[in-house]
Design a binder for this molecule. Structure first.
Ligand SMILES: Nc1ncnc2c1ncn2[C@@H]1O[C@H](COP(=O)(O)OP(=O)(O)OP(=O)(O)O)[C@@H](O)[C@H]1O
Ligand SMILES: [Mg+2]
Length: 240
């Protein structure tokens, strides 16, 4: 039977009752999608991603990763400036999880964070870096947003300029106890101190790596590359 409510989950109240309080219903996200996604800068491809449509493979301990991310929100650990460093191979779902976390923070805690692909952020800043207000405004927004996602950090070797900008952002956020959620394909620190293994420490310097390792819990994300996977196609067909 068709429900008389537009949203059968919250019966159009916009809220869901939980044991310890209430949370915004996901329909609120659908209704206000374009403006809120725009404010958070979530790319179109990831706007529908959430914890519920992340396919769990227990072999890769996905259930534990999701539990950890949900606990982080429930325990309000972001208030202490803590974040995550999601590291793993391409296509395993790091960006999906980071966006899911950002959306859940809005739904449960009304926090409007900011998503940036690191390379695009640097490009945007560089393009407007002529002393104009706009680059300063972007930079201030990135430094001050309550939760910042830096997607794909360390995906390339950085110029001195890019390194300086990232230093400015990371050190200011670290000093102000503002959480950062970082995704990366490379480890934060080299596992073997004697070998010059590719790591964020090597690319960005030990001052940054040391601060990030203090405030970002490392969450290795394992799994298969889901890009083009039949499982994902099936899920996307079901969802549409
Ligand atoms: N376990 C999963 N369940 C559902 N979808 C997944 C899962 N893992 C990945 N995906 C999907 O696969 C695609 C690629 O995932 P995503 O972009 O998050 O990978 P990534 O780890 O960030 O890769 P990269 O390092 O290349 O940036 C996305 O559409 C994402 O939603
Ligand atoms: Mg990614």
């Amino acid at each position: 039977m068709k429900s008389k409510y537009t949203c059968p989950i919250c019966q159009d109240t916009g809220w869901i009752q939980l044991k310890g309080g209430v949370k915004k219903c996901s329909c609120q996200f659908r209704n206000m999608s374009s403006s809120i996604y725009k404010r958070m800068n979530i790319p179109k491809r990831y706007q529908e991603k959430n914890f519920d449509n992340f396919i769990i493979n227990k072999k890769y301990k996905h259930h534990l990763i999701i539990k950890r991310l949900k606990d982080y929100i429930n325990l309000e650990e972001y208030k202490k400036g803590k974040g995550f460093f999601l590291v793993g191979k391409p296509g395993v779902g790091k960006t999906h999880l980071a966006v899911a976390l950002l959306k859940e923070l809005f739904l449960k805690k009304n926090i409007v964070g900011l998503f940036y692909d690191t390379r695009s952020l640097l490009f945007k800043l560089k393009a407007s870096f002529d002393g104009s207000e706009s680059s300063r405004e972007i930079l201030e927004e990135v430094v001050n947003t309550p939760v910042l996602i830096l997607d794909d950090l360390g995906s390339e070797r950085l110029s001195d300029w890019a390194r300086d900008i990232l230093h400015y952002i990371i050190i200011n956020r670290y000093n102000d106890l503002k959480p950062m959620i970082i995704t990366s394909n490379i480890e934060l620190k080299s596992k073997n101190e004697d070998e010059l293994e590719d790591s964020l420490e090597e690319r960005m310097g030990s001052a940054i790596a040391s601060r990030l390792s203090e405030v970002c819990e490392i969450l290795p994300v394992k799994g298969q590359d889901m890009r083009g996977s039949k499982l994902l196609e099936l899920q996307e067909t079901k969802g549409s």
